[in-house]
Design a binder for this molecule. Sequence first.
Ligand code: PMP
Length: 406
Amino acid sequence: MTVQEKSFRPARRIGAIGVSEILKIGAAAQRLKREGRPVIVLGAGEPDFDTPDHVKAAAEAAIRAGQTKYTILDGTMELKAAIADKFRRENGLHYESCEITAGAGAKQVIHNAFMATLSPGDEVILAAPYWTSYADMVKIADGVPVDVLCREDNGFRLDAEDLERAITPRTRWLLLNSPSNPTGAAYSAAQLRPILDVLMRHPQVWLMADDIYEHLTYDGAPFVTAAALEPGLKPRTLTVNGVSKAYAMTGWRVGYGGGPRELIAAMAVVQSQSTTNPSSVSQAAAIAALSGPQDILIGRREAFQRRRDLVVDALNAIDGVSCRRPEGAFYTFASCAGLIGRRTHDGMQIDSDSAFCRYLLERHDVAVVPGSCFGLAPYFRLSYATSDQNLRDALDRIANACRELS
Ligand code: PMP
């Protein structure tokens, strides 16, 4: 061990954050692949489609036009105009440019918001199961994540009474993600209403609406965002979105938010002393995505809906597994309760969802993520953002793996 290694001491806020189980599974899957095993990874949080050609062309043109310098800190005026137009056109939400921010992904926007608003001990209510990064982002900002469990028999949606009970004088935010990673659950207007009614009674609680999966809703269900449904909440709502999932642009790193100008200004302060503007070239690409032809979204949504049905039907045909049909995103969150207590033929006991996922990976070359990583067991999350053929092969393997248990 070198002297430098000995004297390294991580900050307290980092110590509170464990190495994510998801990353461990990803690393194990990569190791097996390197050893030559035909592992199918159903863990991806990104569409397998390509970024549209007109978006790539806009980025190339931006480079040639010399748009390669610093831009306005939280987005060019052109990008903010494209975002304002998107909010108006698709969500019926009106934001001025001073009420709009752009960062390096929705993730940075959420991080900025927590850093700008949380003081030590401030609480953020998270509807569990949730995207694991939420809790860690709250902790990095010295806040306290408060989990409220969303039961499967409530469609993995937050119950208004449970929310009311979780609110304390320290509550600063409720973070709501519809459609949800990891469950795919989405809220209709009628399902969202009682939650917003609770928030209307607690003026100290702000709402962060993570709409990143907005364009991935199925069966013709209209997407609903909170600030449009309840204009009374708009002055304390941050509506978060981005181009990653809708336009298959995860690597470009552009996300955005709309909210009250004081919040947006405070978020700009955080961004000004960390990353400054999102990539100038990516901003040009995001303008093309938001303002260009939108028909591409329809075909992709149909492809995802077909895959969802393929996955849900195949999972429900497996003895010991059950899966509700999610309304959106590209994940299924299936129960493996019926498999707990069974044994592999060489005597390994399936005593948890983690054990089941380990067994799937190590013996059957399929990587999925245990529900316990997201705060609800015994479940597993399967991402269907991969080809139909990969999905069919993986589901055959999962079915075989379950049949071998006794
Ligand atoms: N919110 C949710 C629920 C997500 O699943 C993700 C990506 N996994 C993000 C936000 C972040 O998206 P990005 O930073 O790529 O815009």
